[in-house]
Design a protein around this ligand. Structure first.
Ligand SMILES: [Zn+2]
Length: 293
């Protein structure tokens, strides 16, 4: 199930309606909609939680928009809601507005997105190692997986480490290719240098929604597993030697799902774990150590 962003004209209509409604209702219901951002001062790569309290009994979810995008909102308890706004190294640091509407009211929150320095790598490509592109089949399967937003929440608490190996390349590393800065590239995950064949475990519970193999055309990602943790949160595991699960299996946190390999575009055995929120690869560190609800 894919959720597509609403078109801008509709948003403007909605905003107008909300603005009119706010004037009509006046300030007497001003406390009917309360919203806050967590963390208060996010930096590039952080997942920003928008927590919303409403008084409505209709059960209709509030809406959250920012930067002309609309973000899925989920009920966490009666009249309590949460949305995730993913940020990445490709975002621009600075002030951004987050608009929350619900109960016929609207609230605008100021999100001050802090800058962050990421390490860089220099890669020198030649004809032998350059130009490895994903196949259409691979691209379509992975794109569809990253668009999944399912209403249930399958994860609970902090995510567990997916492999015992040491981290060789962290999240967000930027690259120069043949001396030129790659504006669209950042390392969309974390690399673990576990030994060949060492176990890869699910960092959190979820449904297996993607299994791709080199034999089927996964020439860039290699043997791949995609886990849907629910509510727009998903993990992808690349370059595997073995896959022990199949699509639609439900796995628990800590369950062995595959083994480290060097399939696809990998120079040696390692696990690439990417954690996606609403289709964007975010920094998993806070998910690993604090956990987000
Ligand atoms: Zn990687």
């Amino acid at each position: 199930m894919a959720v597509r962003p609403l078109k801008l004209p509709l948003l403007i209509c909605l905003s107008l309606l909300v603005a009119i409604a706010s004037v009509v209702i006046g300030v007497s219901k001003a406390d009917a909609l309360q919203a806050m951002l967590k963390p208060n001062t996010p930096a590039l790569g952080d997942t920003v939680s928008v927590w919303i309290a409403t008084n409505q009994s209709s059960g209709i979810a509030p809406t959250v928009t920012s930067d002309r995008k609309i973000f899925p909102v989920f009920a966490m308890s009666p009249n309590r809601w949460r949305a995730f706004i993913p940020t990445t190294p490709l975002d621009r640091a600075g002030l951004r507005q987050v608009i929350v509407t619900g109960d016929g009211l609207s609230q605008t929150l100021a999100m001050q997105l802090g800058d962050r320095e990421f390490p860089t790598q220099s890669i020198w490509l030649n004809d032998a190692n350059g130009g490895l592109e994903p196949t259409d089949y691979e691209w379509d399967k992975v794109s569809a997986f990253k668009k999944l937003v399912t209403p249930q929440k399958f994860w609970k608490g902090a995510f567990v480490r997916p492999n015992d190996g040491e981290i060789t390349t962290g999240y967000g590393v930027r690259r120069y290719y043949n001396g030129e800065f790659a504006n669209d590239y950042y390392h969309r995950g974390v690399d673990y240098a576990g030994g060949y064949g060492s176990p890869v475990v699910a960092p959190a519970a979820g449904y297996v929604r993607l299994v791709g193999t080199v034999a089927q055309g996964f020439r860039l990602h290699g043997n791949t597993i995609g886990l849907d943790h629910g509510q727009g949160v998903a993990s992808i595991f690349l370059h595997l030697s073995e896959i022990y699960v199949k699509e639609e299996d439900f796995v628990q946190a800590g369950q062995v799902i595959g083994a480290i390999g060097a399939t696809g575009a990998a120079t040696g055995p390692h696990l690439h774990w990417g954690l996606y929120v609403n289709g964007e690869a975010i920094d998993p560190v806070v998910w690993r150590y604090e956990g987000l609800e």
